[in-house]
Ligand binder design. Structure first.
Ligand code: MG
Length: 160
């Protein structure tokens, strides 16, 4: 087996009147993320990392934000679609490590639910999906509460 690795990065703006969905889990709060889909910044980073590991491009190629089919799309469903395309290449995910950078609310109370949601979507054991959270320490657009960013690394394996 050969192991391959991909990275993913995404950011979305925080705004009033939207749900905050991270890793497929709705986080209670007064603001959410703006975007064409459900703007699940964490799942988008995981999708890009998975596509990167598999050498299959990026989320924008697979799900153009000009396509009305993807308006308010459930990003977990997009992840499941990407997984199908990855598995069709004989490639399977091994593990995920991700970081959400967000000033508030605290992610810790929701971390296990997020890990489980992503693990189920990827067909992985929960122990193979790690989700971390940090803040911008008051600096930059994240620190000012204007947006949220997420980074992810995904490893996959393919038969030689
Ligand atoms: Mg995105």
């Amino acid at each position: 087996m050969t192991t391959l690795t991909g990275i993913g990065y995404d950011s979305h703006r925080l705004t009033d009147g939207r749900k905050l969905i991270l890793g497929g889990v709705e986080i209670p709060g007064d603001r959410g993320l703006d975007g064409h889909s459900d703007a699940d910044v964490l799942t988008h980073a995981v999708i890009d990392a998975l596509l990167g590991a598999a050498g299959l491009g990026d989320i924008g190629e697979h799900f153009p934000d000009t396509d009305e089919r993807y308006r308010d799309a459930d990003s977990i469903e997009l992840l499941e679609t990407v997984l199908t395309r990855v598995v069709a290449q004989g490639i399977e995910p091994v593990n995920v490590d991700a970081t959400v950078v967000m000033e508030r609310p605290k992610l810790a109370p929701h971390r296990e639910a997020i890990r489980e949601r992503l693990a189920v979507a990827l067909g992985l054991a929960i122990g193979r999906v790690n989700v971390k959270a940090t803040t911008g320490e008051g600096m930059g657009f994240v620190g000012r509460g204007e947006g949220v960013t997420a980074l992810a690394v995904v490893s996959v394996r393919i038969a030689d």
